[in-house]
Design a protein around this ligand. Structure first.
Ligand code: UD1
Length: 316
């Protein structure tokens, strides 16, 4: 285990939604943390909990020499920096390729040059594509249907190759639908939970695309951060990939009811045309993750919504 020693960690995208929660988890365990972010989506405010305890550098993963400079001295790199929107990747595939795939290669090359022990990578359930078999197991074929999914799948292949060929330890985590505090609700590409919470608080209705019986595996961001820490610590897992979900499905109709319950608002549903290309159901098989990482999700959807509601109230 790397646990017994304190790690010097670099978190790319560390000022973003998920990255900043990884930073919090690392700092609370006493590790030393450098955040690298270009602040295109990340915010300094996301790092207020660890102010004065971490180093923050403004840099872009596309800038290989600069990245190389900041990777130096790290034991482990958590590579979270990415353009996270699937629709944006469809409109701007070259740009998302440069950030999401070339950026990963830049991280791996710098990690190799500087003797970084392990790279933990933020992959996505998008690598599975639209094949309907559930639950998703890590051994299933990758059939990404968007540039974003291709970039995450190709990044996973780079990690695997680097672990076999260059002896650097790598672990890829396939995030399902992550939610929680600091997720930006304001973009048209935002996750449904951040959109629903904001609309409920503003007294608006739940806009549900389709009949609302589609379902997702919503996983709380604190559990995702914990999985990342375990992925850096666990022995004998180099080259592996792991699903990070709750292992449970929630329908959109159920979600709207839970949001109403948690916020105390009416939040009645307003059904609209189904979104083109929407998958119907998504669910992670998390048995491998539980076993190898000695990890389990601790915050269910209702508890996560409650925490999100509290954080939104205190920031308003
Ligand atoms: C999510 C990711 C996507 C990733 C995919 C992998 C986000 C924002 N998107 O897409 O990057 O590739 O998982 O499987 O995290 N919905 C509504 N009303 C709304 C918003 C959404 O009904 O106001 C519905 C959508 O039609 C969909 C569901 O909610 O059925 C979830 O949508 P969304 O949060 O965008 O996530 P995914 O589509 O699963």
């Amino acid at each position: 285990m790397l646990t017994s020693i304190l790690m010097r960690a670099l978190v790319t995208g560390g000022a973003g939604f998920i990255g900043s929660h990884i930073v919090d988890a690392l700092v609370s365990r006493g590790h030393s943390v450098r955040v690298l972010d270009n602040f295109s989506a990340g915010k300094r405010d996301n790092l207020s909990a660890t102010e004065g305890k971490i180093e923050i550098v403004e840099a872009d993963v596309r800038d290989a020499p600069q990245l190389d400079f900041y990777v130096a001295g790290s034991d482990v790199v958590f590579h979270e920096a990415a353009i996270v929107s699937v629709p944006y990747s469809i409109e701007h595939p070259q740009e998302t390729h440069d950030v999401n795939l070339q950026g990963t290669l830049n991280v791996l090359q710098a990690a190799r040059r500087h003797g970084v022990k392990r790279v933990v990578f933020a992959s996505s359930a998008a690598v599975y594509g639209q094949e309907p078999t559930l639950p998703k197991k890590e051994s299933m074929a990758l059939e990404p249907v968007s540039p974003y999914g291709v970039e995450k799948a190709a990044s996973e292949h780079y990690l695997f190759a680097w672990s076999k060929t260059f002896g650097i330890e790598t672990v890829a985590l396939r995030y399902f639908n992550v939610f929680g505090p600091r997720q930006d609700p304001s973009s048209p590409y935002s996750g449904v939970i951040s959109i629903f919470m904001t609309r409920a608080i503003e007294g608006k209705k739940a806009q549900i695309y389709g009949d609302g019986e589609q379902s997702r595996d919503f996983v709380y961001v604190g559990d995702v951060a914990a999985a990342n820490v375990r992925a850096a610590e666990a022995e004998g897992i180099s080259g592996n990939v792991y699903n990070v979900g709750a292992g449970k499905r929630t329908t959109l109709n159920e979600l709207a009811s839970l949001v109403a319950k948690v916020t105390g608002k009416e939040f009645s549903p307003k059904h609209e045309a189904a979104r083109t290309g929407d998958i119907v159901h998504s669910l992670a098989d998390i048995s491998r993750t539980k076993k190898d990482l000695a990890w389990a999700p601790e915050v269910d959807v209702e508890e996560g919504l409650t925490r999100l509601f509290d954080s939104l109230r205190s920031s308003r």
